[in-house]
Ligand binder design. Structure first.
Ligand SMILES: [Zn+2]
Length: 271
């Protein structure tokens, strides 16, 4: 059985040091004796006093102890007066401190009180956890998300080129933190991440834009930067009846009417 508090739910982990310190302030020297219990450990403990020697120490089988879900821990006294000596009402005093931190104290349980036991039941009792998550591993996967709760997420609308998008951003001290992916989406950029240089690269997305020339619809490759559409010059010129060339000697790009159009014009002229 483990006494490692790092195996517990992050919120229980956060409570324990504060709880121990407050106990100490009140002259109550507390030691954590038992935290997370695996199935094997719970089964073995359940056997104790039943099929195995010893006193009965648990009333539930796996997974019906909050120890099996990382939500409970047990304590004993560590002041040299006997680990479970309760002649002076020591456990009740510790229980009161635990309750101040939102913990449930096993000493309050009717029928089978468990004075060394504390648990956090804000995610429900074990029946609820079993129904909702099935096994502990599934519940544990949600723990990372709980750490995110320390941030305030808000929805913000962003506009670019008359396009409005709503993103979930972190609001911290009045500043908004947007996902790089969302920002790139808004600005029509592709993002690439170079693992070697650890540089995030924003790239323009080449879009297909529809243009209508002489009542006919065409699609042209285009890049939108700062509200301007930069269309592929060759494609657009071609559609407008021009061809684009490059004059090496003059070092100039030239446009001229397409040969097919020139011959058509000659034909009209000659008629
Ligand atoms: Zn316990």
């Amino acid at each position: 059985m483990s006494r490692d508090i790092k195996l517990l739910h992050p919120e229980v982990q956060a409570i324990i040091p504060k709880f121990l310190e407050e106990c100490k302030n009140q002259g109550l020297i507390v030691k954590v004796t038992d935290t997370l219990r695996t199935k094997e450990e719970q089964d073995k403990l359940y056997a104790q006093g039943r099929t195995e020697a010893g006193n009965i120490v648990t009333w539930v089988k796996y997974p019906y102890s909050n120890h099996n879900w990382g939500m409970a821990f047990d304590i004993c006294r560590n002041d040299g007066k006997g680990a479970y000596n309760d002649n002076d009402g020591w456990f009740k005093k510790v229980g009161q401190v635990g309750k101040k931190f939102g913990l449930e104290w096993g000493g309050d349980w009717k029928g089978t009180p468990d004075k060394p036991h504390f648990e956090l039941t804000k995610y429900g009792n074990t029946n609820t956890l079993v129904k909702k998550y099935g096994v502990f591993e599934n519940f544990k996967k949600t723990w990372v998300k709980n750490e995110e709760k320390s941030y305030m997420f808000v929805n913000r609308n962003y506009s670019y080129n008359n396009k409005i998008k709503s993103f979930n951003v972190i609001n911290e001290n009045g500043e908004n933190y947007i996902k790089v992916r969302d920002l790139a989406d808004l600005l029509n950029k592709n993002i690439l991440y170079d693992n070697n240089t650890r540089i995030t690269i924003f790239e323009d997305i080449v879009e297909n834009i529809k243009v209508i020339i002489n009542n006919k619809e065409h699609t042209i490759k285009s890049v939108n930067i700062k509200g301007f559409n930069f269309m592929n010059a060759r494609e657009l010129s071609n559609l407008l009846g021009y061809e684009v060339g490059y004059n090496e000697t003059l070092q100039k790009i030239y446009f001229q009417l397409k040969k097919s159009i020139i011959s058509k014009l000659k034909f009209i002229k000659g008629r």
